[in-house]
Ligand binder design. Sequence first.
Ligand code: GUN
Ligand code: ZN
Length: 445
Amino acid sequence: MKLFYGLVIHSKSIDDLRFLPNTALVVDHGKIVFIEDNADVDKIQQQHQISAENVIVLKENEFLMPGMIDTHIHAPQYVNAGFGLDLPLLGWLNKYTFPTESRFSDLNFADEVYTRVVANTLSNGTTTAMYFATIHKESALLLGDIAHQIGQRAFVGKVSMDQNSPDYYIEEKSSAIKEIEDFIVTLQSKKYPNVQPVITPRFAITCSMDLMKNLSQLAAKYDVNIQTHVSENPAECEVAVSLHEGCRDYVDIYAQANLLTAKTILAHGIYLSDKELEVLHKYQTSISHCPNSNCSIRSGMCDVRRLMTQGLHVGLGTDVSGGFSPSILDAMRFAITVSNLLSLSKSEDYKPLNYKDVFFMSTLGGAQALGIGDKIGNFEVGKDFDALVINLAQTDGNLELWLNESIENRLSKWIHLGDDRSISRVYVHGVEVKEGASNVLRVKR
Ligand code: GUN
Ligand code: ZN
């Protein structure tokens, strides 16, 4: 059992961000068993019979927040982060992405890269990641092993694609179906408590309707999440619809393949029509908003307010390496900036996203988008304890300036100016993991 005591910040909903002073939070076997603000810490320590070394009292310059959730990241593309951003989506995939991903048939290379991506995202406060791997089953399984060993909560997707891909990086439909079923069965058989397989058709251009229909059957059979891309780039939308005869629009392709479920998350969704949003809402399918990627490969600006107004759950994604940064703090800032820019051409009552909105999207909103809002995302009794201790002393050295501010302003400053140095402790399912992640990186170097 562990007892945390200090300032706690979490969201109850998008409109309800709570700052809880002097809060006692008790964790037992990875779960939150007690939380009370303005609490008497000694009394609670006694009540729960917690030994002194298991009491963590936060300082004035620290606060506790839920772990952050990256709802869309390509683990193999970590190799390319920060370069090759000169082409839009379809050209970028062919020139940079497919050649890099094809290298993950090599398990040594996969081990090196996947260890770095898991350790670095964890160090940056990503306690849950929704990963695309590559088409290679063995290295996708290795990504699951690495996430488990280092201690990150992860959804791992072996990518499926059987058309319109280069000869050196494509699957044959029947083997794609066999491989993905093997992948799910093998990963589930490892019984990792925090790592799950996810069905991952790359997108409608590289997947035949028949493959996608088979994938949706497997998702139902094994009760797993589904992830893919939708409506990211105008040229992509045109090609996707032209390839799938009889489909009204991009969303209809996935609807006809039975891929739209309450456990499905679609990355981007920039150009969705009102009709498409209505269909997604009907299936309770979510969107991963990836603003760094959308800016970096010039896909467009997604109006997140519009998606939320239609009732969709929207989480944040780094989309490495369309996005150049593996940090969700970066995704939060890009989301605010894109929303600010969009607001310039909207009416006066349009509310651009602010720091409170993106805090929600990176925590509870992300959890809801992944269908696990009842398990993580904020601090409620019964939920798993995925959390970060933020230490403002590790920001710009001018701590007094920060501490003179209200706690709202401190949070806003941290969201805009903080980085991994200020994320001093990271917990997943009650286990402290940041030190381990840093050690792994040191060993690898
Ligand atoms: N659409 C299909 N594949 C990809 C990918 O790897 N990255 C992005 N951003 N979009 C995609
Ligand atoms: Zn992507």
